[in-house]
Design a protein around this ligand. Structure first.
Ligand code: UT7
Length: 330
């Protein structure tokens, strides 16, 4: 069987207008711009407007991705939407996006791999096209984390932001496109990073609201330790399976969680930190949107060109991690 070459043929991103700076957060919790900047690299983030939900951000990013790909919504035959903050618990956000875009020929479902979601979803979409089952897959990473972080918890509320990124996957010319990928999960770390209540294990009750367990809880230092191992493991494994060397990589697009995590990962992988694209100072951690947001910005600046070999790499709740190596196709 001849597998197709699959690549990203259009990418778009979107962030809400409202900017929340570290100084704004100083007025809400016991924190400081100095602490946030020195421990994470984050200076500001975007929060969705009251009337914006996760699907609304996804639609904006998707429209741009379709335009860049020169396609219409009806050309898409599958939508995979990665999120940990869906519009609703039941009814996938992908179906809401399908309707809003008018992608009436597309099957649609959500995927939750937290901050690794974009890489997981790109991998699934690539497999669908490679196997000749579908032709054009719209992959979206989208989050409204501002609705699930506890604005009274300084350990988490300073880290996260809202945003969306979308990529159209399709067949590309031989020699280009997705070279390799590596996905992993370590489900044994059960309480490291999750929203404890609001699902079937612990439905919302007055007690839940009282203890605020309907908001995100995180053991930050544990995630940090996991991340500095998981990012190198995923990236190096993907490079090895694609027969790609560190010298071949022109740029890395890491999950935008923490500058110190990225610096540590760069050392372990052996790729200079200058090759790691970062915009977490402006957008914070946007979970499944962050890698696409970074890639979209670099593309707009002309920093990624046809033939460049790039790595996408992420880690997140689950715990999950994943990496993808791409020879850029346009
Ligand atoms: O997408 C995946 C999601 N999560 C992550 O990527 C997070 C990974 N972890 C991290 O990025 C870091 O662990 C954090 C940025 C969350 C925390 O940095 P840290 O250097 O590991 O700090 P820490 O948690 O060990 O806390 C150090 C101190 C503590 O005070 P004491 O106990 O030493 O007195 C915290 O209470 O900093 C305090 N602290 C803060 N102080 C001011 C924690 N959050 C804040 C804050 N402002 N916002």
């Amino acid at each position: 069987m001849n597998f197709k070459n699959v690549g990203i043929v259009g990418l778009g991103s979107y962030v809400p207008e409202r900017i929340v700076t570290n100084f704004d957060l100083e007025k809400m919790v016991d924190t400081s711009d100095e602490w946030i900047k020195s421990r994470t690299g984050i200076e500001e983030r975007r929060f969705a407007a009251e009337d914006q939900a996760t699907s609304d951000l996804a639609v904006e990013a998707s429209k741009k991705a379709l335009e860049k790909a020169g396609l219409t919504a009806e050309d898409i035959d599958f939508i995979i939407l990665a999120t940990g903050t869906p519009d609703y618990l039941i009814q996938s956000t992908a179906c809401i996006v399908q309707e809003k875009l008018g992608a009436k020929n597309a099957a649609a479902f959500d995927l939750n791999a937290a901050c690794s979601g974009f890489v997981y979803a790109l991998t699934m979409g690539t497999a669908l096209i490679k196997s000749n089952m579908y032709k054009r897959v719209l992959v979206i990473g989208t989050e409204v984390l501002s609705r699930v972080v506890d604005m009274q918890d300084r350990n988490t509320c300073v880290l996260f932001g809202d945003g969306a990124a979308a990529a159209v996957l399709a067949e590309v010319e031989p020699g280009y496109g997705i070279i390799s990928q590596y996905l992993g999960a370590e489900g044994e770390d059960q309480e490291t990073l999750r929203v404890p209540a609001g699902g079937t294990r612990k439905p919302i009750t007055p007690e839940v609201l009282e203890e605020r367990s309907n908001f995100l809880k995180m053991k930050g230092p544990e995630v940090f330790k996991f991340a500095v191992k998981a990012l190198p493991k995923a990236t190096i494994s993907a490079m090895e399976s694609g027969n790609v060397s560190v010298e071949d990589i022109s740029m890395v697009f890491p999950h935008q969680a923490n500058l110190r995590i990225i610096e540590a990962a760069s050392k372990r992988i052996g790729i200079p930190v200058e090759k790691f694209y970062m915009n977490l100072n402006k957008f914070g951690n946007t979970s499944s949107a962050s890698i696409g947001l970074a890639l979209g910005e670099a593309l707009d600046k002309g920093l990624v060109k046809k033939g460049d070999v790039i790595a996408l790499t992420g880690f997140g709740a689950g715990l999950t991690y994943g990496s993808m190596i791409i020879k850029w196709a346009y």
